[in-house]
Design a protein. Sequence first.
Length: 421
Amino acid sequence: MIFDFCITKGRKLITIWNIFLTFFLVAFWPILVLWALIGKHRLSERLGSFPKCPAGTIWIHAASVGEAGVAVIIRDFIELIEPHRPVIFTAATKTGVSRLKKIAGPNDRVAALPADYPIFISRAFDRVKPAAVIIVETEFWPNFLLGAKNRNIPIILTNGKISDATLSWARRFPKTFAKIADSISHFYMKSDYDAENLKNAGAAGSKIDVIGNLKFVGVPGDIRPIEIDRKPVIVAGSVRTKEFRRVIEGFTRTREKYHDAVLVIAPRHLNTVPRLVQELESAKLGYVLRSERESPGDAGAYIVDTMGELVAFYAACDIAFVGGTLSDYGGHNPLEPAYFGKPVLFGPHYRPNREAYETLLESGGGRIVRNGTELATAFTELLENDEMRRKMGLAARETVEKMRNVSEKYRLALTEFLHGL
């Protein structure tokens, strides 16, 4: 039945969600069927048409690109613990699916997450018949989670995080969140802050453990740096739209003294590249697209409009800036450049990921900048002082090494989970 989730305590909001989706599907069904037939948007998978999977398959779900790397780390743990255990990956976004296809193993299956509607979720579960579901970070799709619970499929949340926005939503709809949280067997959170938010949202404390951030161990050691035949190289990674102008300002001021400097800038979302180009042109800073040339040549900026190469640029840079921090986006992974022994600069807005940032600050491997002027000052000071840059990079690398015990904790937790299936 379409409405097998009846209107009971904690399910009213979910039922409203399903009714809304029903009206949407009725209105657009002919278009959706056509798209499914021609393979557009992986729509057949969105409608629950999944590949059949072997018995005992583990379903690992990652929201998008940022979580895909962690999902593969979890798969690697599973392969270590139970080498013949089959795995299927899903992602909610097109870019997430694309990334998983690139980094998944040859025997792994990859699909788009079905639309969160009872019929489609049920079809997918019928095809996959998973022994368990592992969710990366925060993906609370109600029909998906409740559908698994109704089939007695255990679910764990790994590398869990609960943002202030999620906490606010949970407090606004406590019964609904409690019902969703009850479907998850255990929460493995990445920080005390996230665990506390989860408890405040209403999840049972007995189901929550803080293990740490798997992204701390997620930078492979065999990355080949993408070398640039100019120095110095400043990499600004995962930069958001509201930060473009300030990053460009900081670099152009630095370039007044270091004329051969090149800014490798990777926007967080590729659809913002046109806006980045506008900002560069306004600043009269020449640029080259990575997708068009393998080298920046004489251009001041090198735009990384490709997927999966940011880490390799971090490995080759002199100084790194981590985006999502000058404006209130919450920040991205500062331990990627730290892994390669690079000085790490970032803004003050990193609360959802504060453990990594504050650890870098305490060790001396990181430094806060608040605007374009402070970015220029930090760039210039580090380029003028080789010893300062070396010590800061060394401190950043040592910070990563100290935090890699997360790997062993996850191995033990997943071993217990898999052996209990």
